[in-house]
Design a protein around this ligand. Sequence first.
Ligand code: NAI
Length: 305
Amino acid sequence: MSIRYDGKVAIVTGSGGGLGRCHAIELAKRGAKVVINDLGGGVDGSGGSSEAARSVVAEIEALGGEAIANGANVAKYGEVEAMVKQAMDKWGRVDILVNNAGILRDKSFTKGTLEDFRLVLDVHLMGSVNCTKACWDIMRDQAYGRIVVTTSSSGLYGNFGQSNYGSAKMGVIGLMNTLSQEGAKYNIRINALAPTAATRMTEGLIPAEALALLTPETVTPAVLYMVSEDAPTRTIIAAGAGSFAVARIVESVGKWLPPQEQTPEGIAANWEAIASTVGENQPQAGFEQTVKMTGHAMAGLGLNK
Ligand code: NAI
């Protein structure tokens, strides 16, 4: 059975170029009506024109699909609300939101400014929050919503010179973790993409022979899967050059220390057991940690007999 989006309305932010353009075109090819949002600025977020968005709309129309252009800055809630209204006025629903828009202001932490840090957080993290907030009640009322946030290996694992970007990209994982719980009963599923692709964002960073393999087309299938009817929820899919993997946040089983060892010296002495990867798991909600730790303590203190 092929996966299709007939009758579904999708918003893809930052889809005037790069990965977003590819996500939007593939969604449209499979039947979705798509809002092509793009501020049309430089890779550092400067400037702006809706020309890029309009040209992707023209590409989709040439393929027989339906799309509209929107020039909202995702960091500005008023503009985002107007974008969602534009989709509602035209098509009456919003089923899919792909938070893809992003910028870079790379600098080592020593050299970077707080202004750049805030701007990067504003576009990636608050941009995702704004767009998700503006669609949330619509998706809840429809009892259907599929949301993707775009994280990065830089957020998950760190990257020299990207403390602002990495913080923002890990922030969207926090958003996903909670919203997947809050959205579950409304059939709203939310997942994250950790892409690696040759776009203007990675120009100059990757050697030419690898660039040829890292096309946006090799990444987009992960987004298509994560916004399908049978999508998972709360999943981070890493995708690039045709490989797909799942990233997880895990916690070691840990070790309860008796009161006299609940000291920094006690931690040092038990470090191997505390940090052991044997039996580590992926908690599904924060409270699992509390339950585990009180369980260990009760057992250690002999209180659960
Ligand atoms: P890109 O620079 O080609 O595309 C980003 C698009 O977002 C641009 O068209 C830009 O005009 C738009 N945009 C920027 N700020 C905006 C705003 N405030 N409002 C609306 N639109 C805005 O970059 P690329 O590579 O396609 O990146 C897409 C997403 O994937 C970004 O979130 C990026 O951080 C992420 N990513 C990309 C990786 C890669 O290897 N290319 C690696 C990891 C993450």
